[in-house]
Design a binder for this molecule. Structure first.
Ligand SMILES: *Cc1c(COP(=O)(O)O)cnc(C)c1O
Ligand SMILES: [Zn+2]
Length: 470
């Protein structure tokens, strides 16, 4: 049987293709990232986006009702990599809504009815990551995986731990020491994931978890956003924005950029909708870095790095990374969810920026914190990284790139309660010392306590902490 979906190398000069049943995070031939590609001619593609409206009345009913209830899977015809609907892993994620934010708009010098917030903090684990995790777990189930792992700045591990708990899989999360916020760490522990605190930052964790996932003996399925299936689920954030706007694209979508999976997924969503004739206009994209983790802005805005039809100038990337190594640079920002200096989805993000006529900017921690507080003042609590989108809007307006009458959607990527320390610190100046520093010296009080394990940034120690190979 020939499949109607496959994995394909994103490098146009290579285009190697792999079956859906393969577990890969890069091309075997050229190491580029992979995409999920659909043979739309052989799939039941809706004739218009209105098709999806009939699911509003069947949500929660028997049969496919559980899928119609999910804000991801009610759009399943646009991500049909599975073969049977009963393979789909869902708990009703993605039931988030686009909020018209007129009070905030006034503070931002936008005209009423022009500023919208896509509030992804409403997801079951409190961040947009659930949109992708439901798709990646669906693929993990298709290939029969039992152990899943990720490196994380916090929200990926919270989401992974939740879905692993729901599916009786073993979740392993790698987090950088002292880098994860209180709320996110508590979720990983509570949902029962094996939580390894590596002495290093996110980029070090990601290198290690990839090394371990590459060893077939370890039997680990990798859940980071190099996993192309995750990005399929994250496309649905754009579908819901269209749905809330009667299928009319806005002028701008603004999103914080960390590992750049989300903006990459947005680009792919619009490429496919356009190819299928389901929309006409493509919104412009703005990706916002924190100044303390500004790799994309440095390369895209200052060094003019472009997708260039797939021929990305890797010497610019290599040069920047070498300079970082040389000066012993580590990213640092209060927006811990985007504290990443080597974004793995960089080429895909360049493709999205190219397709959506995008721009990139960076904002300081102060700008992030002030805009986070402003968003909260009008009732939409979000964590610091999320507010980079609103701070970025301010910047683009001041530069005259976004007009006060344009329709703008800012993605609020994570819930305010993810990082209560940042909030309390802002309002009181008191820093509640993070739990990580206390953990090794303390004694758990619970009967099913799940302590984090401190591990050196060293392969043998990590494998040992994971209980050896399988
Ligand atoms: C993961 C995350 C981001 C960054 O998304 P990328 O896809 O890695 O660019 C931004 N905000 C929050 C709250 C996140 O959890
Ligand atoms: Zn390739």
């Amino acid at each position: 049987m020939t499949d109607r979906a496959h994995q394909r190398c994103t490098n146009p000069a290579c285009k190697a293709s792999y079956s859906i049943d393969e577990v890969r995070t890069s091309c075997a031939k050229c190491h580029a990232l992979l995409d999920i590609i659909y043979d739309w001619d052989r799939l039941p593609v809706p004739k218009s986006m209105e098709f999806f409206e009939h699911r509003w009345s069947t949500k929660g009913a028997g049969g496919s009702g559980r899928l119609d209830f999910s804000g991801v899977w009610r759009f399943r015809e646009l991500m049909p990599f599975y073969r049977h609907e009963d393979q789909i892993v869902t708990i009703g994620e993605g039931r988030t809504v686009l909020q018209q934010a007129d009070l905030l708009a006034r503070q931002m010098n936008m005209n009423p009815g022009r500023l919208f917030l896509q509030y992804e903090g409403l997801n079951p684990s409190g961040s947009f990551k659930d949109n992708g995790m439901t798709a990646a777990f669906t693929h993990a189930r298709i290939v029969g995986a039992h152990r899943v792992a990720c490196a994380s700045t916090g929200n990926t591990s919270a989401s992974l731990a939740m879905y692993a708990g729901l599916n009786e899989m073993t979740g392993v999360v790698f987090i950088g020491t002292g880098k994860i916020s209180f709320g996110k760490l508590s979720q990983a522990l509570d949902y029962g994931a094996l939580t390894l605190q590596i002495s290093g930052d996110f980029d070090a964790c990601l290198r290690r978890v990839k090394e371990i996932a590459d060893d077939p003996k370890m039997g680990i399925y990798l859940m980071n956003s190099v996993n192309p299936f995750r990005l399929e689920g994250q496309k649905s954030i754009m579908f819901r924005i269209l749905e809330a706007r009667d299928w009319n694209p806005p002028d701008w979508v603004i999103v914080p950029g960390g590992n750049l999976g989300n903006c990459s997924a947005f680009g792919k969503a619009f490429m496919e909708l356009k190819e299928l004739g389901l929309i006409e206009k493509v919104p412009r994209l703005a990706v916002i870095n924190a100044s303390g983790a500004n790799t994309l802005n440095e390369l895209f805005t200052r060094q003019n790095l472009r997708w260039n039809g797939g021929e990305v100038d890797c010497t610019k990337i290599g040069g920047l990374y070498a300079a970082m190594d040389e000066s012993n640079y580590y990213p640092h920002t209060v927006a811990s969810a985007i504290e990443i200096s080597r974004p793995v989805n960089l080429p895909k993000a360049l493709r999205a920026l190219d397709y959506m006529n995008g721009v990139v900017r960076e904002v300081t921690d102060d700008e992030i914190l002030e805009h986070r507080a402003l968003v909260a003042r009008y009732g939409f609590g979000c964590e610091p990284a999320s507010a980079a989108s609103v701070a970025g809007l301010r910047k683009l307006q001041e530069e005259g790139i976004i007009d006060r009458d344009e329709e703008v959607v800012c993605i609020l990527t994570g819930h305010e309660l993810k990082d209560p320390n940042a909030t309390v610190m802002y309002h009181t100046g008191v820093d509640m010392k993070s739990v990580q520093d206390m953990a090794p010296r303390s004694t758990p009080t619970g009967k099913i306590a799940n302590r984090p394990i401190q591990v050196d940034d060293d392969l043998a120690s990590i494998v040992k902490a994971m209980g050896g190979s399988v």
